[in-house]
Ligand binder design. Structure first.
Ligand code: KG4
Length: 343
């Protein structure tokens, strides 16, 4: 029998300090998340310098808790995986420096992980039987991409947003209608039971491409809000949120189905913070049934940033021989999916 491989995963790219121990890339042994969301709420968004400082406070206690909960020590780990990009540079540097320090002190190998690969790997933690190839719609605060996952560490980007990410389009409108930060989960809740046909928004026409564009849709939502204000009319927040999220979901589903037809790949995964959205999940449930596709999405706690997805990605990178030296630097604009996760 092959030896089990344990990876410590460290994540600090935005506003969660997270650490996890994962066995063989699939089984979560411990998963600790210290979220700063409540702290940033009063500023209406993440304040990068404050995020970095809070990561400094939280990073070692979070790592200690993850090891303690797993009942393991650092030297039981086969590798330390850490997000080195993309993300906020100051925030990334905290997790990365902590990981490098631990690696230098213990001799446990260091494996740098692309955050976006991590989001995709959250699905492996939820579905033991899931194997590539599959199509993955990655939707988060900073990214919207349709990725062909050819193998565990081999990716091809088939479509991407040309302007805003879907998460940005949700967060911005949530803020304007007064829901505050973090906008995504608040808008999701506010739209429950609302009429999805009550409001209409701009449609973007981009034939012959799997790319997205959300900025025009966002502007049309802002116009609707401003026109109502000028006329002294009230926006029905519940209906507005339901219509807006359903509109975004339909666009995301439409291009993903186009990708299915183009590639012939009939297995789809969702990944990233916005994959927690109930309107999106519901639209994909319906599409998967209509088109007879296999559909996977991570459980709610693993859609947003966490250390387990980084440990899972770290496992697949470790197994194909990836090791990083202590010169590994933060890469805030790290690209994804050119040849493999790290190019
Ligand atoms: O993946 P993530 O945690 O961080 C990035 O890597 O960007 O995604 C954060 C994004 C934010 O835009 C947040 O509003 C959104 O995910 N989000 C949601 C929901 N939960 C989180 N958006 C819509 N509905 C949700 N339930």
């Amino acid at each position: 029998m092959e030896k089990d491989v344990y990876i410590l995963g460290i994540e600090s790219s935005c506003d969660e300090t997270a650490c996890s121990v994962v066995k063989n890339g699939r089984v979560i042994i411990s998963n600790i998340i210290a979220s700063q969301a409540d702290f940033h709420e009063e500023y209406g968004g993440v304040v990068p310098e404050l995020a970095s400082r809070m990561h400094v406070d939280a990073v070692y206690p979070t790592i200690e808790k993850a090891l303690k909960e797993a009942n393991m020590s650092l030297t039981d780990m086969d590798a330390i995986a850490v997000t080195y990009g993309p993300g906020l540079v100051g925030a990334l540097l905290v997790g990365l420096s902590a990981a490098k320090g631990l690696s230098a002190a213990s001799g446990v190998p260091l494996v740098g992980v692309n955050h976006l690969m991590g989001h995709i790997c959250a699905n492996y933690l939820c579905f033991e039987e899931l194997e590539p190839p599959f199509l993955c719609l990655c939707v988060s605060g900073g990214n919207t991409q349709i990725v062909l996952v050819k193998d565990y560490s081999e990716f091809e980007i088939l479509g991407r947003t040309r302007d805003d990410a879907a998460g940005e389009a949700i967060d911005k409108i949530a803020r304007v209608i007064g829901l505050g930060y973090p906008g995504g989960p608040k808008m999701d809740k506010a739209g429950q039971g609302g009429d999805i046909n009550a409001y209409t928004f701009a449609k973007t026409h981009m034939a012959d491409t799997l790319d997205f564009s959300f900025s025009g849709i966002k502007t049309s939502a802002l116009n609707t809000i401003n026109i109502a204000k000028q006329k002294g009319e009230e926006i029905n927040v519940q209906d507005f949120c339901a219509s807006y999220q359903n509109h975004l979901a339909e666009i995301l589903v439409k291009n993903t189905i186009k990708a299915v037809k183009q590639t012939g790949v009939r297995k789809i995964c969702l990944a990233g913070g916005v994959s927690a959205n109930s309107f999106l999940r519901n639209s994909f449930d319906i599409a998967a049934k209509n088109h007879k596709l296999e559909l996977f999405y991570p459980k709610l706690g693993l859609c947003t940033d966490n250390g387990a997805m980084i440990a899972s990605a770290g496992y697949f990178e470790y197994m194909r021989g990836v090791r990083h030296g202590l010169d590994l630097n933060a890469a805030p604009s790290l690209k994804f999916g050119v040849n493999n996760a790290n190019t």
